[in-house]
Design a protein around this ligand. Structure first.
Ligand code: FPP
Ligand code: ZN
Length: 296
């Protein structure tokens, strides 16, 4: 399911959505729906999971088919995964991680079912937002970064999830943005590429996890964009057009979407503008009337 989201998003951002067989994507989503829980699985016959539920909603949104989704059931599924401390499990087996906090609020926001306004007393506000925010904030470390749980090592992928979560729920002012942006800017290596943690190799997908976070924090200029762009473009395979994790390696759909989405955030011409919060075309987010907080 997430592979379908990566491929579809790449094509949308490259303005090639007209080349996809829309019904094949939508039929696949339907086959992956689990009516008893309300969630979606990675492929037919597998257990539902909140990550694939978000991917299914992202696919439907990009294809302008969100009204076809069983929204009440999806909301029920997301709600069923929240724990008393505000965190979210990924599925009924109970793994807890800040990725799943992001998936929960992003899914609800895309469905138009996240109510942030205190005066909006719609009783279907599906989750306990205050405890969800408290849990994510408790995962910020002394170095400014965020990990998968309280006291877990700072990691750029999980920083995207936590900053994305705070962007969706409009609480970016609650964190120390300067220390976090310092940690993120330290991810740039002499090659121009970005790593996800200290002492790791550069990797094109971290171009996305880092640059999207810096963009939401209004501090994209804290890294050298020209050198990052050059590193991403050097990781494109000239035969297939796909992107790999680093120059010379084999390309794959995961590094392709995050390479292309990062290039869009860096202002590369010829690409649709991408939402740094949702990693989807901004025009899709605007069409749905969904807003997220981006610091200037
Ligand atoms: C690195 O993983 C990336 C992350 C931990 C972030 C994943 C984010 C989500 C699943 C949320 C949904 C995302 C979007 C774009 C809608 P890794 O396992 O490659 O880490 P490693 O480099 O440390 O092995
Ligand atoms: Zn990678």
């Amino acid at each position: 399911m997430s592979g379908m989201y990566w491929v579809l998003t790449t094509l949308a951002v490259a303005k090639k959505l007209d080349t996809v067989q829309r019904d094949q994507f939508l039929d696949f989503i339907d086959e992956c729906w689990d009516s008893s829980s309300g969630g979606y699985s990675a492929c037919p016959g597998h257990d539902p999971h909140i990550l694939y539920t978000l991917s299914a909603v992202q696919i439907a949104a990009t294809l302008d088919a969100i009204e076809r989704l069983p929204s009440d059931d999806i909301v029920r599924y997301v709600r069923s995964l929240q724990n008393p401390d505000g965190s979210f499990a990924g599925d009924r087996w109970g793994e807890v991680d800040t990725r799943f906090s992001f998936c929960a609020v992003a899914t609800l926001a895309l469905l138009g079912r996240l109510h942030l306004d205190d005066n909006d007393n719609d009783t279907d506000n599906s989750i306990d937002l205050e405890s969800a925010v408290r849990f994510v904030l408790s995962c910020q470390n002394f170095d400014g970064g965020f990990g998968s749980r309280p006291n877990a090592e700072s990691h750029a992928g999980l920083i995207y999830c936590c900053v994305g979560f705070l962007s969706v729920v409009r609480r970016l002012a609650s964190i120390d943005g300067d220390t976090l942006a310092w940690w993120l800017s330290e991810r740039q290596l002499p090659s121009g590429g970005l790593n996800g943690r200290p002492e790791k190799l550069p990797d094109v997908c971290y171009s996305w996890w880092v640059i999207s976070s810096l963009t939401m924090l209004g501090r994209q200029r804290w890294i050298d964009s020209d050198r990052l762009k050059a590193y991403i473009l050097a990781s494109q395979d000239v035969e297939t057009g796909g992107f790999s994790d680093r120059p010379g390696d084999l390309p794959d759909p995961f590094h392709t979407v995050f390479g292309v989405a990062a290039l869009s955030l860096l202002g590369e011409p010829g690409l649709l503008q991408v939402s740094p919060t949702f990693c989807m075309p901004q025009q899709v987010i605007d069409r749905l009337g969904v807003t997220s907080q981006i610091l200037s």
